[in-house]
Design a protein around this ligand. Structure first.
Ligand code: GLA
Length: 384
C-alpha cells in the first residue's frame, strides 16, 4: 500500500525516501458531535489508508517543505514557519509546526514529502486525519529523536495541526482513531477524561456513500461549535462547575430544556442524549448484543437529523431504506451534511443492499457506492 507514495517520492525528487508511514481513515459507529463537547465516541479505523514518504530537504534549504500528492501532482514549496498555504499542503505544514513545538525537528527544518491515499476525500471518512497522522509519524522518524512519539502524541500533533494551525473546527476523534485503531476493534474514547477502551468489533458493516460532498460541512460545523459554546455559557448559570456540555446529567434534561431557547435546546438535547447512547452502545457491543446496539444507531441518526440538523435528504433515504429492509441499524457517520452512512447487517442479509439501491435510484436517479468495512489498524511505520 505505501508503494505509490514511495514511487511518487522517487519520481518527483529523484532519490529514495528515508521514512514511510501510513494511517487509516475512519468511520464512527456512534457518538456524533460529542467529541468537542467532551463526550464519548466509538469509531473504527478502516482499511483505506494514506501513506507519506519523506526524506531530508534539498541541500541549501532552510526551513522549507516540498510536498506533493498523487491527488495534486505538482510540488508545493512552503516556508512553513512564515506561511500556511491555502491548499491541502497546509496540513503538512501544520504538522511540521507542531513537531517543532515539541522539539521534534528534522535537520535544517527541511523535508520532502510525497503522499498517496485511497481514503476518499470529502466522503466524511476523515482523509485529513489520515494525512496528518501519517505525515506526523514519517516526519518524526526523519527527525530521529531519542524517544519515538507515542501514538497518543502523534494524535495530539495531528489534532493541533488541523485545529490550531489550519483552523478546522474538529474535535479529537479522527486523529485519535487514526493513531490508536486496532484490527477487529472499535475504540471507545472519552474525549474529556481521555480514557480509551478497545472493544472487539467483527460485525458486518456496510458503508454507503451518498455521493454528496457538501461545502457546507466546515461552515455548519463551525456554527454548531459556536452554538454548543453558547449552550455551556448559559448552562453555567444553572450549574457553575459545568465545563463540558456532555457532562450535563441526562436526568436533568427537563431543567436544560427550560433554560435554553431554540435552536440551542435541540443542539444540547442531542449532545446529552448522544453521550448516554454512545456509552450504552459500547456496553451492548461488549456484550455482543448487536440487535440492541443497532437500534441505538437508528436513534442516533434520528437525533442527528431532527435535533442537530446535520443530516441530508440522501442520507435519510439510505437510513430509511435500510430500516425498511430489516437492517440491524443505520446512521450517518462523521460530521454529516452529506458524506456517508453506515448500515449494520446480519452476516446472512441479502435484502438490504438491493433495497437501498432501489430506494436511492428512485429518489436520485443513480445508485450509491456500497462497500463493506472492516475494523483495521491505526498508524504504522512502513518498510521501504
Ligand atoms: C468531524 C470532526 C470530528 C467530529 C465529527 C462529528 O468529522 O472532524 O472531530 O466532531 O465531525 O462527530
Amino acid at each position: 500500500m505505501p508503494r505509490p507514495a514511495i514511487d511518487l517520492f522517487r519520481k518527483t525528487f529523484g532519490t529514495t525516501p528515508r521514512s514511510v508511514a501510513s494511517a487509516p481513515g475512519r468511520v464512527n459507529l456512534i457518538g456524533e458531535h460529542t467529541d468537542y463537547n467532551g463526550g464519548p465516541v466509538l469509531p473504527i479505523a478502516i482499511a483505506e489508508r494514506t501513506s507519506a514518504a519523506v526524506g531530508p530537504g534539498a541541500s541549501g534549504d532552510e526551513n522549507v517543505l516540498e510536498v506533493i500528492s498523487s491527488e495534486y501532482p505538482s510540488v508545493v514549496r512552503i516556508k512553513w514557519q512564515e506561511e500556511l498555504p491555502k491548499s491541502w499542503s497546509a496540513y503538512v505544514a501544520g504538522v511540521m509546526r507542531e513537531l517543532w513545538a515539541l522539539e521534534v525537528m528534522v535537520p535544517r527544518g527541511s523535508a520532502r514529502v510525497a503522499v498517496a491515499s485511497d481514503v476518499p476525500i470529502g466522503a466524511g471518512l476523515s482523509s485529513s486525519a489520515a494525512l496528518t497522522v501519517s505525515v506526523a509519524r514519517a516526519l518524526s522518524q526523519l527527525a530521529a529523536n531519542e524517544k519515538p512519539l507515542t501514538p497518543r502524541q502523534l494524535a495530539g500533533v495531528a489534532y493541533r495541526a488541523e485545529h490550531d494551525q489550519v483552523g478546522v473546527g474538529c474535535g479529537t476523534m479522527d486523529q485519535t482513531i487514526a493513531a490508536l485503531g486496532q484490527k477487529d476493534h472499535a475504540l471507545l474514547f472519552e474525549c474529556a477524561s481521555l480514557e480509551t477502551q478497545q472493544i472487539p468489533f467483527r460485525a458486518r458493516l456496510l458503508l454507503v456513500d451518498s455521493g454528496t460532498r457538501h461545502d457546507l460541512r466546515s461552515s455548519e460545523l463551525a456554527k454548531r461549535r459556536a452554538e454548543c459554546d453558547e449552550v455551556v455559557r448559559r448552562l453555567k448559570v444553572e450549574l457553575p462547575e459545568l465545563v463540558w456540555l456532555a457532562s450535563w446529567p441526562v436526568e436533568w434534561l427537563p431543567r436544560l430544556k427550560r433554560a435554553l431557547p431554540e435552536p440551542l435546546r435541540s443542539r444540547a438535547v442531542h449532545v446529552v442524549g448522544e453521550t448516554a447512547r454512545a456509552r450504552f452502545a459500547a456496553q451492548l457491543l461488549k456484550q455482543r448484543k448487536l440487535k440492541q446496539f443497532g437500534q441505538l444507531l437508528y436513534e442516533s441518526h434520528e437525533s442527528c437529523r431532527r435535533l442537530y440538523e446535520c443530516s441530508s435528504p440522501e442520507l435519510d433515504t439510505i437510513v430509511a431504506a435500510a430500516k425498511r429492509a430489516g437492517a440491524l441499524g443505520a446512521r450517518l457517520t462523521g460530521a454529516g451534511w452529506g458524506g456517508a452512512a453506515i448500515v449494520l447487517v446480519n452476516k446472512t442479509d441479502r435484502r438490504t443492499i438491493p433495497a437501498i439501491e432501489r430506494a436511492f435510484q428512485r429518489a436520485y436517479g443513480r445508485t450509491p457506492a456500497i462497500s463493506e468495512v472492516h475494523a483495521s489498524a491505526g498508524v504504522r511505520t512502513e518498510r521501504l
